[in-house]
Design a protein around this ligand. Structure first.
Ligand code: TPP
Length: 659
């Protein structure tokens, strides 16, 4: 292996050497502990240390790195205290996740490290968001995100590289090409000769370097980072290396040809660098022995401290509280009585506009939302007022963009992402349910993102432009969901959601956009999250509903002579207003839950179960539900009408009253 020290001082070379030794010695210890059954699982990065260490030491300390499962050297090079790292792996309190997540699955803003989630690729979008925040604030920082060669097959990788390319984001996408993805060899994973070649496909530079040569890695990243800080753009860096051990220790290396392991063991990054440093008289055998002794003692001391701890005492209240970032909502009332008539769509637009004025760190992202104003024209004229930096047209990359929302939150920005249609949220599903929803509970980072969801049927738009998919998210702890039914709520709930640092899904029914109007305050105001509203009052039954259901209920009840119903508009679906539900049940003793979403496993199922459990003695009849048919949404208007629940509402009301 050829080492070229260029201008680097002896001190830098020694720092790099010590940097390499730390993860190696920790790993050697871990392999012993694993055999002794004292730790549970281990993903080895032995033989790949030059990449983590070279990259980290080449960067400035406050530049963000998003490492993977073989990048222990990133954590040690950022001087993360060993005892906290070991406690993290053990699931004990001194770790970074209160025992809630394992291994390298955590972030630490103090160290500017954002750990992966198990899904590998999603962190690329998060890196884009961090880099975007740096660029918008003119901070001149690069962001580095790690990928295994296998993980690059994921759509998330392609989306994030593409977004970074289009937006000239200063992100270094590292691909550690180590020959295998679990047991799958490279030739069954991808066809490219070198990942550097992929750069041209995205219109960016790609380079390939020897990932086992610490000086080559260090120099390449240092040179690139210096350049990218001044001339922001993404670069793909392939680091050629080899995975010397199994995917994780238990799975072994049986499927790896012995010759390959022999060949690569001769290229060990540490042994080779040691030989070079000794030959250059920069270090001696004695220096090496002393350094190893010193690091081993640090490891042993830290292990003792970590093993002294026991698993955290379970505290249910704390587990539940930490699901959300702390936030106290101060309700804002309009500062004047001035009102004007607004359609539902104008109310959303006004709320968004005023929130942009109120929060200069709020960024809007979505397809066609800038000059075009969005397909529904909610952001029409915004780009002229707020500029292209804050009103961002995005490529068709839902996952990378929602991931970027988390990255922006990490840098204390606020984000609104517009789904062109709620249906397309499937492409960003993982980022919402696994990244946005879980990050605060896992390691205390908020995800200050509102995803706007133009939803609902009634426009003969067929199965993929009409879905009600709120129930997909209703089941996920960590999210909040609002679903207004009128212009007043639309504005107040959107402003409230944007104030709250927690992740929201904001559903807006497309049929309501231009079909309803109301006089609403011109000033900024918010509505209490989690508070339902009684829209109509009556003693015969309670109809609990939201969104379009509110309008159907009002219309159908008005058509039924002598029947008077409480119509409760939930407004917030997560957390939903149990107190208001319980109050109306007590009053009428008969409950019907109505929603546009399909029947099975809908939100009605949850409310019905809760009412049965908690209000049983107040009920004079079984809780009934009216919902859409359990099919996809048909295109033809006759079929769509039949699919939707409105036509079945009257009958069910009569059935319930007759019980
Ligand atoms: C979305 C997803 N699919 C599958 C897995 C299971 N898995 C974990 S690591 C891995 C292999 C990753 O290979 P590569 O990206 O090359 O990284 P390496 O382990 O070689 O460093 C697989 C298949 C996963 N974690 N996430």
């Amino acid at each position: 292996m050829d080492f070229d020290r260029k201008q680097y001082t002896d001190d830098i070379l020694k720092e790099l050497y010590e940097g390499l030794l730390r993860p190696r010695l920790i790993e050697e210890k871990m392999l012993i502990l694993l055999r002794q059954n004292r730790i549970s699982k281990w993903f080895s990065g032995i033989g790949q240390e030059a990449i983590s260490v070279g990259v980290t030491l080449a960067l400035e300390e406050d530049e963000y790195i998003l490492p993977m499962h073989r990048n222990l050297g990133v954590f040690t090079s950022r001087k993360m205290p060993f005892e906290r790292l070991f406690a993290q792996w053990q699931g004990t309190p001194m770790g970074y996740t209160k025992g809630r997540d394992r291994s390298f699955h955590f972030g630490s803003n103090e160290h500017h490290i954002i750990g992966m989630i198990s899904h590998l690729g999603p962190q690329n979008g998060v890196a884009d968001g961090i880099a975007l925040a740096c660029k918008l604030r003119k901070e001149k920082k690069v962001t580095v995100v790690f990928n295994g060669d296998g993980g690059t097959s994921e759509g998330d990788f392609h989306e994030a590289v593409n977004v970074a390319a289009v937006w000239d984001l200063p992100v270094i996408f590292i691909v550690e090409n180590n020959g295998y993805g679990l047991s799958t060899p490279s030739n069954e994973q991808f066809r490219c000769k070198s990942f550097a070649d992929k750069g041209i496909g995205y219109g960016i530079e790609g380079i390939s370097i020897d990932g086992n040569n610490i000086l080559e890695v260090y120099r390449a990243i240092k040179t690139l980072a210096d350049d990218l800080r001044e001339n922001p753009r993404p670069v793909l860096v392939e680091c050629v290396t080899f995975r010397m051990r199994g995917h994780e220790e238990a799975s072994g290396t049986k499927y790896v040809p012995g010759e390959l392991l022999d060949e690569w063991s001769k290229k060990d990054p540490i042994e080779n660098f040691e030989k070079y440093l000794v030959a250059q008289h920069i270090i001696t055998q004695n220096y090496m022995d002393e350094l190893r002794k010193k690091i081993k003692k640090e490891i042993d001391d830290a292990l003792e401290a970590a093993f002294d701890e026991t698993f955290p005492e379970a505290d249910t209240a704390l587990e539940l509280t930490d699901v959300h970032a702390p936030f106290h909502q101060d309700i804002v009332t309009p500062s004047s009585d001035q009102k004007s008539e607004k359609r539902f769509i104008d109310a959303i637009s006004a709320g968004l506009h005023q929130s942009m004025e109120r929060f200069d760190n709020l960024i809007l992202m979505g397809q066609d939302i800038a000059e075009y104003g969005g397909v529904f024209k909610i952001t029409e004229g915004f780009v002229e007022t707020f500029g292209k930096d804050r009103v961002r047209n995005t490529p068709i990359c839902e996952s990378a963009i929602i991931g970027a929302g988390l990255g922006l939150s990490i840098k204390n920005m606020k984000v609104m992402v517009e789904m062109q249609f709620a249906d397309f949220v499937t492409e960003g599903f993982n980022q919402i349910v696994n990244n946005l929803a879980k990050t605060h509970w896992r390691w205390g980072q908020c995800a200050d993102v509102v995803v706007r969801m133009p939803t609902g049927a009634g426009t003969a738009a067929g199965p993929f432009h009409s879905q009600s998919n709120e129930a997909w998210f209703f089941h996920t702890p960590g999210l909040k969901i609002v679903y207004p039914s009128n212009p007043y709520d639309a504005k107040g709930l959107l402003c409230a959601a944007l104030e709250d640092p927690n992740p929201y899904l904001y559903f807006e029914h497309k049929v309501l956009y231009r079909s309803i109007k109301g006089f609403i305050p011109d000033d900024y105001y918010t509505i209490e999250i989690g508070k339902a509203k009684l829209v109509k009052e009556g003693n015969d039954l309670s109809i609990i509903t939201y969104g379009m259901g509110v309008h159907w209920a009002v219309e159908v009840v008005a058509s039924l002579e002598h029947i008077k119903a409480d119509i409760l508009d939930l407004r917030t679906l997560l957390p939903w207003d149990k107190e208001a539900v319980s109050e109306t049940v007590k009053k009428t003793n008969r409950v019907l839950i109505l929603h546009e979403d399909t029947f099975t496993g809908g939100i009605g199922a949850e409310i019905s179960a809760w009412v049965s459990e908690n209000c049983f003695s107040d009920l004079d009849a079984p809780v009934m539900r009216v919902a859409s048919l359990d099919t996809a949404i048909p295109f033809a208007p006759t079929l769509e009408r039949n699919f939707l629940p409105k036509s079945r509402l009257k009958n069910t009301i009569e059935q319930l009253l007759a019980f």
